[in-house]
Design a protein around this ligand. Structure first.
Ligand code: FES
Length: 356
């Protein structure tokens, strides 16, 4: 090869290397800008509204175009867009696998942040709603010897779907429904009838008597039993206290429908996040969440509840120590430290490297 040809060959090779490196950098930057995939929205029509109990209504939703809705399993929830600024999560409580309609139940609580009140006062038969999901972070494990389901108040909704599913499977289960009165008991007629009658126990009791009624249920954890619970924060915290040291963490499954207000109110220091895919480093001020900070820098991340409850903003942690403030990750996941809910959680280390 002549010196001229050799120089031309080296020059071409150098240009190719530069182009490849440039494309890699651009692609990495683009990936860093790309919003996290959110579940596809769907338009549904309200087919039926039923007063299930004091302050509780159920809504039966069908696809607006008559098509089958996405498949789902017991424990799943959907997001319901209440208005431009409000999205709420509701557990599906119909028969799992049913795709012609979704059933949700909504409690109009006095401390509602507005979504439930709107559902009660402004949504009626024939209205259309935008939903997304279903997503399931509270699924039944397969093959347990026995399933112990404990609901507090409106926490009955995912557990009703589980009871339906376990009944269909022919699995061994029992459902304990703690609720303040008979009038406040949703789905009372269904749960009092066959095939549920022998499996469901109603505990019409105030918070002060819950402890004494829960204690005998939770005093031991026979081999192969799994506990599923859903209810107000104080109720699930009480069950956590009564099962501590008795039930192995992997046998306990909980779904919260409200954030841990104490964790959210805890002071937080400034830190920085490094986005692994783009290499960008962004300071997060003391008074701002990771999500809000990323948004202010033009980086879109899928969110829904923005309270650390729904799981939408789950993000991988590559380095650094998260300061978990959500009500979504399990104790085991928190200890592993490789995931974070970036709508509420922060960092204990000076920097967090995120899989974004
Ligand atoms: Fe719901 Fe973060 S947006 S957990």
């Amino acid at each position: 090869m002549t010196p001229t040809l050799l120089f031309q060959f080296i020059g071409t090779l150098a240009i190719l290397v530069v182009l490849v490196l440039a494309w890699t950098a651009v692609r990495s930057w683009l990936r860093g800008r790309r919003p996290v995939q959110a579940p596809a929205p769907a338009l549904v029509r309200v087919r039926r509204v039923v007063d299930e109990a004091t302050d509780i209504k159920s809504f039966e939703l069908v696809s607006a175009d008559g098509s089958a809705l996405p498949a789902w399993s017991a424990g799943a929830h959907i997001d319901v867009r209440i208005d431009d600024k409000t999205v709420r999560q509701y557990s599906l409580c119909g028969a799992p696998g049913t795709r012609d309609a979704y059933l949700i139940a909504v409690k109009n609580a006095p401390d509602s942040r507005g979504g439930s009140r709107t559902m009660h006062q402004s949504v009626s038969v024939g209205d259309t709603l935008v939903i997304s999901g279903p997503r399931n972070h509270f699924a039944l494990v397969d093959g347990a010897r026995h399933y112990l389901l404990i609901a507090g108040g409106i926490g009955i909704t995912p557990l009703l779907a589980m009871a339906r599913e376990l009944q269909t499977r022919g699995a061994s289960y029992e459902l304990h429904y703690f609720v303040r009165s008979s009038a406040a008991t949703a789905f009372r007629e269904l749960l009092s009838s066959e095939p549920y009658a022998g499996k469901v126990t109603f505990h019409h009791t105030g918070a002060d008597r819950s402890r004494e009624q829960l204690r005998p249920l939770l005093g031991k954890c026979p081999q192969g039993h799994h506990l599923y619970m859903c209810g107000p924060r104080g109720f699930t915290d009480l069950i956590g206290e009564l099962t501590a040291g008795i039930w192995p963490p992997e046998a306990i499954h909980v779904e919260y429908f409200s954030a841990d207000s104490a964790a959210l109110a805890a002071p937080g220091q400034a830190f920085e996040v490094k986005l692994q895919r783009s290499g960008r480093t962004i300071p997060v001020p003391a008074g701002s969440s990771i999500v809000d900070t990323l948004c202010a820098h033009g980086i879109d991340v899928a969110t829904s509840c923005r309270e650390g409850v729904c799981g939408t903003c789950l993000t991988g942690v590559i380095a650094g120590t998260p300061d978990h403030r959500d009500a979504f990750l399990s104790a085991k996941e928190r200890t592993a430290g490789d995931k974070i809910m970036i709508c509420v959680s922060r960092a204990k280390s000076e920097q967090l490297v995120l899989d974004l």
